[in-house]
Structures are given as C-alpha cells and as structure tokens.
Design a protein around this ligand. Structure first.
Ligand code: CA
Length: 132
C-alpha cells in the first residue's frame, strides 16, 4: 500500500483513477488544483504523485520543478493530453519520472505506478543499508 497524490481537475478521470487506485489498496488524496496539491504534499507526505499538467491555477510542471528544486525524490508520473515529443521532453526535463499520454489504458497506468513505487522502495532500502 502506498499514499498517492492525484492532481487532476477532470472530474470523470479523477473519479476513475480514484476507484482504480483505491482498488489496488492505495490511500488516495485527490486535489483538483496546484494550491490544494501543495497543501496535500505537506499534510500527507505521499509516496508518489500523479500529475496533470493543465490545471486551473497553473501548469503541473511548476509543481514538478518546485519539488525537485526542494531536493524531493518523490516519483512523479505526469498525465497529459500533450503528447508531442516537445511536451514529453519538457516534462522529463522538469523532473518527471514517467509520462503517460491521455487517453491511456488504465492497466498501463497502474503498471507504471507500481513500477515507480517499486523503484522508490529499492531506493529506500538502499538508504537504510547505507545508514546501517
Ligand atoms: Ca486538466
């Protein structure tokens, strides 16, 4: 089980992802804009962020850059309709770990989320080993 922060203003997609991620046993916090997402990051210390780019109060990549500038290594999976090569490169440059273009298959998204969470756990285990 992981704590997932979903930042998505599309109600239908948000509902679908909420049901799917809870179904996988994750604790989900769903925020429809950047302002509430920033609050939820502090409040819930999520293990992973699912981040839409076109949000009512700004670009999701702003949040991505802020987190990386703060030294956060939290896995970030970007969800967006902007599927051009240019947009993908911008997303990865901003510090996203993965990029899923809408419309996507739910199964593929869930598999990508699991892959990122696995990598995070390995990283965590490595840190503990180093610290002894
Ligand atoms: Ca949107």
């Amino acid at each position: 089980m992981a704590v997932v922060l979903l930042v998505e203003d599309d109600h239908t997609l948000g509902m679908t992802l909420e049901v799917a991620l809870r179904g996988e046993g994750h604790e989900l916090h769903w925020c429809p804009n950047l302002k509430t997402a920033r609050e939820a990051l502090v409040l819930h210390s999520p293990d992973l962020v699912l981040l839409d780019l076109g949000l009512p109060d700004g670009d999701g990549l702003e949040l991505c850059r802020e987190l990386r500038a703060d030294g956060s290594i939290i896995p970030i999976v970007v969800l967006t309709a902007q599927g051009t090569i240019h947009a993908r490169v911008d997303g990865l440059d901003a510090g996203a770990d993965d990029y899923v273009t809408k419309p996507f298959e739910l199964q593929e998204l869930l598999a990508r989320v699991q892959a990122q969470l696995r990598r995070k756990r390995w990283h965590g285990a490595g840190e503990r080993a180093v610290l002894g």
